[in-house]
Design a protein. Structure first.
Length: 141
């Protein structure tokens, strides 16, 4: 896994766009193609669930925070404020933005918790990727 760092605090303006396309593609096929890309993010991908699935890969930036660092929320605020939406249109669904996770152990920065398990895997407690493009798959109803 490549660890990307933030090189600049310069504001990045994002202009979300939506392109609708009808395609005869299965979720399994789409999942396989996206999963083979760099740093994929797949939310959903289950034919038996109504709604949408989101497929993204190759983020333009990755934010990671480990348990051994300090001030997670300040660092997160700085990186999140860097990206600004340009334009005033409304968009349905996900067009671009952050996808990732906040781990349970992040709670140690919010409140005092009993000693946790040994961190033998070394996963970050925050890991987010900024994806500037994504595929939204509307599940048939």
């Amino acid at each position: 896994m490549k660890n990307m760092t933030i090189h600049s605090q310069q504001t990045v303006y994002c202009t979300p766009r939506t392109i609708c396309a009808k395609a005869d593609v299965s979720l399994a096929c789409l999942t396989e193609v996206v999963a083979a890309k760099s740093l994929p993010a797949i939310l959903g991908g289950n034919d038996s669930v109504e709604g949408q699935s989101i497929f993204a890969a190759e983020p333009v930036e990755v934010f990671e925070f480990s348990l051994h660092q300090s001030a997670p929320f300040e660092k997160l605020r700085n990186v999140l404020s860097k990206y600004q939406k340009k334009g005033s249109g409304t968009f349905s669904g996900f067009s671009c933005g952050w996808i990732g996770y906040f781990g349970y152990e992040l709670g140690r920065f919010i409140e005092k918790l009993p000693a946790g398990a040994v961190d033998d895997l070394g996963f970050p407690v925050i890991r987010l990727g900024f994806y500037d493009k994504a595929i939204l798959y509307d599940h048939p109803t």
